[in-house]
Write a protein that binds this ligand. Structure first.
Ligand SMILES: Nc1ncnc2c1ncn2[C@@H]1O[C@H](COP(=O)(O)OP(=O)(O)OP(=O)(O)O)[C@@H](O)[C@H]1O
Length: 251
């Protein structure tokens, strides 16, 4: 369980990036964060990752306070973070190597994740020879290979074309259903948040706090098909969320 308790972040003593956020995320839940531009979504995610320290308040994961980055919390960024001088397989096994996992296990795990993420046949390719979508899949495999219990994603599909983005959303749900990780997903896309999430957290404009939490799992069962986007309920929830964010922008 993730417990975010009265977390505030002030940059340079005057930019209140996160005002006062309290939130509980159950183990295995897929939670997306929406909110007006600049309301502190990425800052909140980086604090969860342990990359940035809150100015006040605490974040605990399964009872342990987050004070620094940890391999149990994997992070996927908008631009895939891969070493260009390493092959896809070397990139994926790198984190395990750093953690001291033996070669045989590294090979076995890498093969499993390469298959899971649909990159079989590209093990020995270098990142520059892959498409944007393939690079992002490899970046995800690299994070998943160290088996984090929490997956933090900052607009991971934001740089992809619409079609690839939809495919990646589907694949992410497929992987998540197999791994059961707790996911926190930051996005600007209401549709993406609705399709992927159990819950959607809407943040208010700066200084941000939790404006509302929408329970999507109440309305859509899993596994989800992409045609849930055509349902009346989806349209209704999209309009509700759009209204909330618009209201925050104009406050
Ligand atoms: N390192 C930093 N130093 C100073 N101010 C920062 C820093 N990082 C972010 N900010 C400011 O903090 C606020 C929140 O930024 P953040 O990127 O967390 O918001 P966001 O909701 O993710 O934004 P967006 O929706 O545009 O991606 C913004 O006003 C931003 O300019």
């Amino acid at each position: 369980m993730i417990d975010i308790d009265s977390v505030r972040k002030v940059y340079n003593e005057d930019v209140v990036a996160v005002g006062d956020v309290s939130l509980t995320i159950e183990e295995g839940d897929f939670v997306s964060v929406l909110g007006p531009s600049g309301c502190g979504k990425s800052t909140l995610l980086f604090m969860l990752g342990g990359f940035i320290e809150p100015t006040s308040g605490t974040i605990t994961v399964n009872g342990t306070q987050v004070t620094s980055p940890d391999p149990s919390r994997g992070m996927v960024f908008q631009e895939s973070v891969l070493f260009p001088w390493m092959t896809i397989k070397e990139n994926i096994t790198w984190g395990m190597k750093v953690l001291g996992v033996g070669e045989e296990e590294r090979e076995r795990e890498a093969e499993e994740y390469i298959e899971m993420i649909g990159l079989s046949g590209f093990e020995d390719a270098y990142p520059n020879s892959l498409s944007g979508g393939m690079k992002q899949r490899a970046a995800m495999a690299r994070v998943l290979a160290v088996n984090p219990s929490v997956l933090l994603m900052d607009e991971p599909f934001g740089a992809l074309d619409a079609q690839t983005r939809e495919m990646m959303q589907h694949e992410l749900l497929d992987i998540w259903s197999q791994t059961g990780q707790t996911c926190m997903f930051v996005t600007h896309s209401i549709d993406e948040a609705l399709y992927l999430s159990d819950k959607i957290v809407v943040l208010s404009s700066r200084p941000s706090s939790v404006e509302s939490i929408i329970d999507v799992s109440e309305h859509f069962e899993r596994p989800r098909e992409s045609d849930i986007r055509e349902t009346e309920k989806f349209t209704e929830l999209r309009q509700q969320l759009w209204g909330m964010i618009q209201e925050e922008v104009t406050v």
